[in-house]
Design a protein. Structure first.
Length: 374
C-alpha cells in the first residue's frame, strides 16, 4: 500500500509539473472564444468512510478521472469515475481488526461556476464550482471483512449521491489546476457493515484539467464600413479626358472660358460595428483598431459627433440580462473612445437591449454600432 501511495504522489506531481511547464502565462480570451469547451481532468488524493471505527485509521489514497463539457460560463457537466482502495474496521468483543476492499464510483455531475454567476464578465482565472451528482458504486474484494459469511461478501452494487465544491485556477488558456472536496452518500452495504443508515464517504483531491475545443476569433472584421455620400462617387474622373489639344488650320474663335464653379463640400460620415460573443461585454484587440479609427476620424473632423448604441440578440438570454449586456457594451465603447482622447461631450451613448434588432442574423445583434456625422 505504501508503494501505491508513493506512486500516486509521483504521478500527481508529474501532472502538476507538466501543466506548469506548458503554461506560458495567463491569457485572457481576446483571441479565442472561451465557451463552450470540453475537458478532461485527472485527480489524486485521499478518502475516508465515516463509521463507528476510528476514521483516521481508515484513510486511504484515491484517484479520479473525469470527462465533461462546460456549456456556458456558468453551467457544465461531467462523467466522473473515482476509486479504487478502501478500508473498513470492526471493533467488537475486544477484537479490533481492519479489512481492505476495492470500489469504483461513477457519477454524472452538474457543475455551477459561482464566480461567473455572480461576477460581471465570463472570464475569471479562478472558478469556484458547486457540484451535485448521482451515480452508482461497485465494491468488490470484500473477503477480508470480519464476521461475514461467504454469502454476504459477494460484489456489492449500490447508489451514490454527491455534493461537493471545487476551486479551479487557470494557469494557461488550456490548462488549470484544481482542489476538490466531495461528500458521497452510499448504500449501507457499501463498507460491509450495516447500521440502518447510508454510509458517508469524504474525498479530497488535487488535480489538473486540460481544455480542448476552444475556437479562435477572427482578428479582423470585414463587416465594418465607412458610409460616404453617394454624390462623391466618380468625382474628378472627368478631368482625365480634358486638356487634349486638336490641331486645326483655322480654329474658330472660342468664347472666353467661364470660371469653374467651386467644388461642393462633401461630407463624410463614419460607421464601425463592434461585435461581441454571448455574455461578452469587453473589447478585444481587433475592436481597439476600430476605436482608433473612429478617434482619428473625430480628430480630423473637429465639429463632428458620434452616437454609440448597444444591442443584444433576442435569440438568447432574457430581456433583463440583455438590457444589461447592451448597456455595458455601449458604455465600454464610450470609455474606450474617451481614453483615446475624444471629449465625452461629443459622444451620445444609447442602449436598445433586445428591443431593436439591426441585423437579420441573430448572432450579429450582439453589437455596438458607432455612427459619426459632421
Amino acid at each position: 500500500m505504501k508503494r501505491i501511495q508513493a506512486r500516486m504522489k509521483h504521478m500527481l506531481a508529474a501532472a502538476m509539473l507538466l501543466a506548469a511547464s506548458t503554461a506560458q502565462a495567463q491569457e485572457a480570451p481576446e483571441n479565442y472564444v472561451p465557451y463552450p469547451y470540453a475537458f478532461v481532468t485527472l485527480q489524486g488524493g485521499g478518502q475516508t468512510t465515516f463509521t463507528d471505527y476510528n476514521n483516521w485509521k481508515l484513510f486511504t489514497p484515491t484517484a479520479s478521472v473525469s470527462f465533461g463539457v462546460q456549456f456556458t460560463p456558468v453551467i457544465g457537466t461531467r462523467l466522473h469515475v473515482n476509486g479504487i482502495w478502501n478500508k473498513g474496521g470492526i471493533c467488537q468483543d475486544g477484537v479490533d481488526q481492519k479489512y481492505k476492499y476495492k470500489y469504483a464510483t461513477t457519477d454524472l455531475d452538474l457543475m455551477v461556476n459561482m464566480v461567473n454567476l455572480i461576477c460581471k464578465g465570463n472570464y475569471h482565472p479562478l472558478g469556484v464550482y458547486l457540484i451535485g451528482g448521482v451515480g452508482l458504486n461497485y465494491a468488490w474484494g470484500t473477503h477480508e471483512a470480519v464476521g461475514l459469511s461467504s454469502k454476504d461478501i459477494e460484489n456489492r452494487l449500490s447508489h451514490n449521491f454527491r455534493v461537493g465544491v471545487m476551486c479551479d485556477y487557470k494557469v494557461a488558456r488550456n490548462w488549470s489546476v484544481n482542489l476538490e472536496v466531495d461528500g458521497n452518500s452510499l448504500s449501507d452495504r457499501f463498507n460491509c457493515k450495516t447500521s440502518n443508515c447510508d454510509d458517508w464517504q469524504l474525498t479530497a483531491q488535487l488535480g489538473v484539467t486540460y481544455r480542448f475545443g476552444l475556437r479562435h476569433k477572427v482578428k479582423s472584421d470585414p463587416r465594418s464600413n465607412i458610409i460616404v455620400d453617394p454624390s462623391t462617387i466618380g468625382t474628378g474622373t472627368e478631368k482625365a479626358s480634358a486638356g487634349t489639344d486638336v490641331a486645326i488650320e483655322k480654329p474658330a474663335p472660342k468664347p472666353e472660358p467661364k470660371p469653374a464653379p467651386a467644388p461642393a463640400v462633401v461630407k463624410q460620415d463614419i460607421r464601425r460595428d463592434i461585435f461581441f460573443d454571448i455574455r461578452q461585454t469587453s473589447l478585444t484587440s481587433a475592436d481597439q483598431v476600430k476605436i482608433n479609427e473612429v478617434a482619428a476620424w473625430l480628430k480630423e473632423h473637429p465639429e463632428a459627433k458620434v452616437t454609440v448604441t448597444g444591442y443584444a440578440d433576442k435569440g438568447t438570454g432574457n430581456s433583463v440580462n440583455n438590457e444589461r449586456f447592451a448597456k455595458e457594451r455601449a458604455e465600454n465603447v464610450t470609455k474606450a473612445l474617451v481614453k483615446k482622447g475624444v471629449n465625452k461631450s461629443r459622444i451620445t451613448t444609447d442602449s436598445k437591449g433586445d428591443r431593436v434588432q439591426p441585423f437579420t442574423e441573430n448572432d450579429k445583434n450582439r453589437v455596438t454600432i458607432i455612427i459619426g456625422k459632421e
